[in-house]
Design a protein around this ligand. Structure first.
Ligand code: SF4
Length: 187
């Protein structure tokens, strides 16, 4: 880890147990991917070599809720699917966090109809909202880093009733103009 290079062979460190626990917790988030649509592809891209989520210790996607502590809901959730989402959330270990990735998970997105949940935060507590349709991997990474910062500050969920942190990530890019002016019809 590089520490051995700066410490003498018999050196030692002192710290607080709380800081070590927080450090290990923030450095080993295990995501539970609840990817239902196109945002799921960006989630896969985030974990792949170009963006390398392993740099943040969060690359170990778990498909078993009992081994996960970070749920990433990526994509729209239908009313039929909602009981599954809730059950998986309840089965995850404490302390746990939830990221709502993309417009569909946070608001229903363009699917403003009776079959799609209009925001998962109506049914499970959401800690970080990642905007976009789809969000770029950098924005999702920013959302994961927001959770890491909360853990660093002892921001563990209190025992008992779960209170969502409700952090909204700002987009990290500027919308660029069209490279070619759009024309409609014949000129
Ligand atoms: S927010 Fe956009 S990219 Fe993500 S699931 Fe919805 S439609 Fe697809």
């Amino acid at each position: 880890m590089g520490l051995e290079a700066v410490l003498p062979a018999d050196g030692f460190l002192t710290t607080q147990l709380r800081k070590v626990v927080n450090w290990s917790r923030r450095s080993s988030l295990w995501p539970m991917p609840f990817a239902t649509a196109c945002c799921g592809i960006e989630l896969m891209a985030t974990a792949s070599s170009r963006y390398d989520l392993a740099r943040f210790g969060a690359e170990v996607m778990r498909f078993s809720p009992r081994q996960s502590d970070l749920m990433i809901v990526a994509g729209r959730v239908s009313i039929k699917m909602l009981p599954v989402l809730q059950r998986i959330y309840l089965q995850m270990t404490e302390p746990k966090w939830v990221i709502s990735m993309g417009a569909c998970a946070s608001t229903g997105g363009v699917f403003d109809n009776y079959a799609v949940v209009q925001g998962i935060d109506q049914f499970i507590p959401v800690d970080v909202y990642v905007p976009g349709c789809p969000p770029r991997p950098e924005t999702l990474i920013e959302g994961i880093m927001a959770i890491q910062r909360i853990i660093d500050q002892d921001g563990l969920p209190p025992a008992g009733k779960r209170r969502p942190l409700q952090i909204a990530i700002e987009p990290t890019y500027n919308v660029r103009p069209q490279p070619v002016p759009l024309t409609v019809g014949h000129t």
